[in-house]
Ligand binder design. Structure first.
Ligand code: TXA
Ligand code: MG
Length: 310
């Protein structure tokens, strides 16, 4: 992990000038900018080629800073105490006097907020006088970035600075939960739903495929490696890359493994980098073996399903 105080200082300098930079989080890398500045936020949408109707997540270092911009409630406090900092994003009502740029929310009265756990990003947030809007650091609808190199691959010199925090530990985006009224999960992700249900002591509704396209940016095509992908495959075709959960004894050059020992957490961590590797090797299609939908396996299958809509 390449980082020291001077890197944090440099990152701050870019952000203070309303530039976008790459930042590591425990889920995926983010394309970060000052959430209070229209000028900075505009750059995120442009770089990512993201429709302006698709709102951004804002990252805070602590609850006191969040309270300046959002209204909190009991469910939020329960989940915050248990899971933040960590891979969960909350949708809350914005306060009337909040300074969040209108471009972050597409003029809506609610905001997606998150408290990232990655040490380096937390150090950076502690140095700033504003929260950070950061979508995943990839071109819209394409694979998310889990290493500084991936961010570089997507944006080249257009992103002036990337804080290198090593490979993301979780490897899938945060779980999003709308807490404005009855809790509803809007995106499966790094935090398992069962853990949320345990804290709130009830079953939580999941609404991850909204009819309205603009509702949460959960467009059906997403996380796409840019080549066709098939799921639940027992036997791959010739010349097809084959992704397996567990290492096999026999070696085939077109076989790719997500984990050494059939471990779903390890598989989640390796998913995006594996898809990227396959694409960069020039394969024309991908087959994936059946992956069990328990725990984070449910989020892995959600991403694969969207990737397969290519
Ligand atoms: O793990 C993560 O959440 C990463 C890291 C960088 O924090 N960020 C991330 O951001 O995945 P992004 O922009 O790639 O995905 C955010 C999702 C989008 O689908 C967006 O539509 C949805 O969150 N979203 C943002 N604000 C929302 C809001 N106010 N209401 C409903 N959905 C919202
Ligand atoms: Mg994204």
């Amino acid at each position: 992990m390449k980082f020291n105080q001077s890197n944090i200082k440099k990152a701050k300098e870019y952000l203070d000038k309303n530039c976008c930079i790459g930042v590591p989080t425990e889920t995926v890398y983010g394309l970060a900018a000052n959430a209070y500045s229209n000028d900075a936020i505009q750059k995120i949408y442009k770089l990512k080629k993201r429709p302006k109707s698709n709102p951004l997540i804002v990252h805070y270092s602590n609850i006191d800073d969040l309270k300046k911009d959002c209204l909190i409630n009991d469910n939020f406090i329960k989940l915050y105490k248990e899971f933040s900092p960590g891979p969960i994003t909350y949708i809350l009502y914005l306060k009337k006097n909040s300074k969040i740029s209108k471009m972050v929310t597409n003029n809506k009265k609610n905001l997606a907020v998150r408290f990232p756990k990655h040490k380096i990003f937390r150090k950076l947030l502690n140095e700033l006088h504003y929260p950070i809007a950061a979508p995943s650091a990839n071109i819209s609808t394409k694979l998310s970035a889990v290493r500084a190199l991936d961010v570089k691959e997507d944006f080249g010199n257009k992103v002036k600075y990337i804080l290198d925090g090593g490979k993301c530990n979780i490897g899938l985006e945060s779980t999003i939960i709308d807490l404005r009224d009855k809790p509803v999960v809007l995106r499966l992700g790094g935090l398992e739903i069962s853990k949320i249900e345990k804290i709130l002591c009830k079953k939580i509704k999941i609404n991850i495929n909204p009819k309205r396209k603009t509702a949460s940016g959960q467009s059906r095509l997403h996380y796409s490696p840019g080549i066709p992908l098939r799921m639940n495959v027992v036997k791959p075709k010739k010349n097809e890359a084959y992704i397996l959960l567990k290492k096999k004894r026999t070696y085939f050059s077109n076989y790719f493994y997500l984990s050494k020992k059939n471990n779903l957490k390890e598989a989640a961590k390796n998913l995006y980098s594996c898809l990227r590797k396959i694409k960069n090797k020039g394969y024309k299609s991908i087959a994936v073996e059946k992956i069990r939908s328990t725990g984070i396996g449910q989020s892995i299958n959600d991403r694969l399903e969207r990737a397969s809509k290519f």
